[in-house]
Write a protein that binds this ligand. Structure first.
Ligand code: ARG
Length: 475
């Protein structure tokens, strides 16, 4: 079957010559050229930033005496109307107008006439688009950080409930040593905390204005870049006009931070998938974030967690796509850079959605401490505690203690029981020095309680960490 695509609005077979380029071209671009060249389908998302940048530029042009106050007022009033129209969904898309910058200017011209043509004085679409994308990413970084913060709040709340809940800790996904569930959840709070730090770092480096770099070399008009930078909330104007129109590393930093965060989310998502399986039963996901099966009535699939796990691939792909588009690009602007937008938008949408879904899943999940406690019975989780006890109480060198413990594990395994189920006589058969004091050491609760080193899993330590995070988060 051939694919039928919906008709493309605004595509004329024989487009007219572009009004904004004046007389340079006497024939309009072919339809294919329009389709590959136009970015309006996606860069319309920049309209708020584009108009904010134009307002700041216009006010500065008036203050500098480059544009008259009357024309400046007409432009500012016109921009208000254009913004209201677009906000109301009334943007009329015309692929011949390529991008959001030309759409806004063309509509402004329709509304206010001749003065519209003065707005682009001392400006190029090159510094304009660099500005718009920077402003958009700055907001995206703020939303990203807010999403991370909300997820941290959800995790800390659950961690506080489970400071004493014992579960198996894993390495190689093999049961290793008992830990507390609260401690495990706080590990993710730490990761998302570093993700927030990356967002903040990226924002601080991003926060310089490219506006006024013009096409690439600056301008002969007496503009005031410090004024526009301040009006748009930037710390300062960028120092080098060539860099200002070329740089997209601020976007790469956002995508890299989002990609790292997405890998953290995918690890947590994978654990939710494992924990909610019938074999583990550590948690039960709420109905809100699961689906049933059309054929197997017993199923409750952790769809949202699986999707968070998978969507990390998109975000990593977005970083890769932009980085490859930029690599090898000669200074300054190249149309390649128009390809920065879709990865940025996709990564922002995806990471925000995943963070919100994860916060919801964590807040809603039902935790089953009994299943976690039961799982600690398998895998000889207190073997390390036995070896440590042989060192501390009986003075054995750790290597020998390790050996003795290995023999005890082998014995328990052959009998199909846990270490704590061996009799004293059996334990003494692997090492004659063992006495009855060993039994409390083999209990998982005591194992956990004993791990009081800074950052360790002892409930007292985890309680301190919960308090530290609550203070840090203002929770
Ligand atoms: N739509 C373009 C982009 O997103 C705007 C800049 C166009 N500049 C140019 N010199 N053609 O990159």
């Amino acid at each position: 079957m051939t694919e039928k695509k919906p008709a493309q609005p605004g595509v004329n077979a024989q487009p007219a010559a572009n009004a904004l380029w004046g007389g340079r071209f006497d024939q309009g671009p072919a339809e294919l050229m329009q389709r590959i060249n136009a970015s309006i389908a996606f860069d319309q998302r920049l309209y708020v930033q584009d108009i904010a940048g134009s307002r700041a530029h216009c006010s500065m042009l008036v203050a500098a005496g480059i544009v008259s106050r009357a024309d400046g007022d007409a432009i500012l009033n016109g921009l208000d109307r254009v913004e209201a129209e677009i906000a109301a969904g009334q943007l009329k898309i015309d692929l011949a107008l390529e991008d959001i910058h030309m759409h806004v200017e063309a509509r402004l011209k329709e509304i206010i006439g001749e003065p519209a043509g003065r707005l682009h004085t001392a400006r190029s679409r090159n510094d304009q688009v660099a500005l718009d994308v920077r402003l958009w990413v700055r907001d995206a970084l703020d939303r990203f950080e807010a999403g991370l913060s909300a997820l941290q709040h959800a995790l800390v709340r659950r961690a506080e409930e489970h400071v004493e809940t014992v579960m198996p800790g894993f390495t190689h996904l093999q049961a290793a040593q008992p830990v507390t569930f609260g401690h495990h959840l706080l590990a993710y709070v730490e990761m998302f905390g570093r993700d927030r730090g990356r967002a903040r770092d990226a924002r601080a480096r991003l926060n310089e204005s490219p506006l006024g770099a013009a096409a690439l070399a600056g301008t002969s008009f007496p503009i005031d870049r410090h004024r526009t930078a301040a009006e748009l909330g930037f710390d300062r104007p960028m120092r080098n006009s060539l860099d200002a129109v070329s740089a997209r590393d601020f976007a790469q930093e956002f995508l890299a931070a989002a990609a790292i965060s997405a890998t953290h989310l995918s690890r947590l998502a994978e654990e939710l998938v494992i924990w909610s399986s019938a074999q583990f039963g550590f948690v039960r996901m709420s109905d809100a974030f699961t689906s049933g099966s059309s054929i197997m009535p017993q199923k409750k699939n952790p769809d949202a967690a699986e999707l968070v796990r998978a969507k990390s691939g998109r975000v990593i792909g977005d970083f890769t796509a932009l980085t490859i588009a930029l690599k090898g690009l000669a200074l300054t602007y190249g149309k390649d850079m128009q390809e920065d937008k879709e990865p940025i938008f996709d990564a922002a949408d995806t990471i925000e959605l995943c963070l919100a879904a994860m916060a919801g899943m964590i807040a809603d999940m039902a935790v089953n401490p009994a299943a976690m406690r039961k799982a600690t019975a398998a895998g000889f989780l207190t073997a390390t505690d036995l070896a440590d006890w042989l060192v501390k109480a009986k003075g054995l060198p750790f290597r020998e203690a390790h050996h003795v413990t290995g023999r005890a594990v082998k014995l328990a395994e052959s009998r199909g029981v846990g270490l704590e189920d061996l009799s004293l006589a059996e334990l003494q058969s692997v090492h004659s020095g063992i006495d009855a004091d060993v039994f409390p050491v083999l209990a998982v609760e005591n194992s956990v309680k004993a791990r009081t080193s800074f950052g360790g899993t002892a409930p007292d330590r985890v309680r301190e960490q919960v308090l530290w995070w609550k203070k840090e988060l203002g929770a």
